[in-house]
Design a protein around this ligand. Structure first.
Ligand SMILES: NC(=O)c1ccc[n+]([C@@H]2O[C@H](COP(=O)([O-])OP(=O)(O)OC[C@H]3O[C@@H](n4cnc5c(N)ncnc54)[C@H](O)[C@@H]3O)[C@@H](O)[C@H]2O)c1
Length: 255
């Protein structure tokens, strides 16, 4: 366990799925955590969980520039200054896998949530980190963005590639200010939503073949991703920046 006592973290898209596990883990490690999420139902369900008892929730649509600006202002006025930012909101938004079926609107939606929302949140929180000469930015990349995908399309792969490349550049730019910027790149993590997507898009035989291609012979769990984020969020990892960490059971490896 790393200690995040005295630190404040902002986690986007975190009332469900990976983000919720990340928020719970950072809170368990001692951080004061703020979750941004669009869904009132998810917020209601998540805020009732005992591990989220001390987490602060804000309802916001992260595809909307004005909503992002206004929530960060509101949080700033309420005394929140962020040491840790986790850009978790993202996904393929159930757009088609086949490139020729992806519309301009599909591309715009996927880019907006995965890339532009992260850009806006970084822009809104980094001045405070520069002032405090300390910050930890952790972006969610993906195995898809590193190695391509078996069940999501080119828009999602390209969006995660952009997030990953931006991570390297921001590590360069913010390093002199005591701010690290890294990305966690998960393989398929079996949330109920991903379970549904996999069973829609893969036959049982294809699923068995995928599992056989994972050296640790299991899919990922949300806790696997949360542990990697907690590592990058900690004070101890100040010499590690601009890194893309694969969390995929060895399914994709690079030397
Ligand atoms: N689940 C996986 O297998 C997997 C694998 C690799 C990478 N990732 C990445 O991890 C991150 C989290 O994935 P997930 O599967 O937990 O996501 P998810 O689709 O389950 O969504 C998690 C939360 O994001 C919220 N959200 C969606 N759109 C929003 C918006 N416009 N504004 C605010 N909140 C919004 C949802 O309400 C939900 O509570 C994403 O960036 C995803 O690309 C996931």
């Amino acid at each position: 366990m790393t200690s995040l006592e005295g630190k404040t973290a902002l986690v986007s898209g975190a009332a469900d799925g990976l983000g919720e596990a990340i928020a719970a883990r950072l809170a368990a490690d001692g951080a004061r955590v703020v979750v941004l999420d669009r869904s009132p139902d998810a917020i209601e369900r998540s805020s009732a969980r005992p591990e989220m008892a001390n987490v602060h929730f804000e309802q916001v649509d992260l595809s909307n520039a004005e909503e992002i600006a206004s929530v960060v202002h509101r949080l700033h006025d309420a005394g929140f200054g962020f040491d840790i930012l986790v850009n978790n909101a993202g996904g393929s938004l159930h757009t088609p896998r086949a490139f020729v079926e992806e519309t301009d609107e599909d591309w715009a939606r996927v880019m907006d949530l995965n890339v532009t929302a992260a850009v806006r949140l970084i822009r809104a929180t980094v001045p405070g980190m520069v002032e405090r000469r300390h910050g930890r930015i952790v972006n969610l990349g993906s195995k898809a963005g590193r190695y391509g995908s078996l069940f999501t399309g080119a828009n999602y792969v390209a969006a995660k590639g952009a997030v990953q490349s931006m991570t390297l550049q921001l590590a360069q730019e913010f390093g002199p200010h005591g701010i690290t910027c890294n990305a966690v790149c998960p393989g398929a993590i079996l949330t109920p939503r991903v379970e549904r997507l996999l069973s829609e898009r893969q036959s049982p035989e294809e699923r068995a073949a995928v599992l056989a291609s994972i050296p640790v012979r299991r899919h990922g769990r949300v806790e696997d991703v949360a542990a990697a984020v907690a590592f990058f969020a900690s004070d101890e990892t100040g010499f590690i920046t601009g890194q893309l960490l694969d969390v995929n059971g060895g399914q994709g490896m690079a030397s």
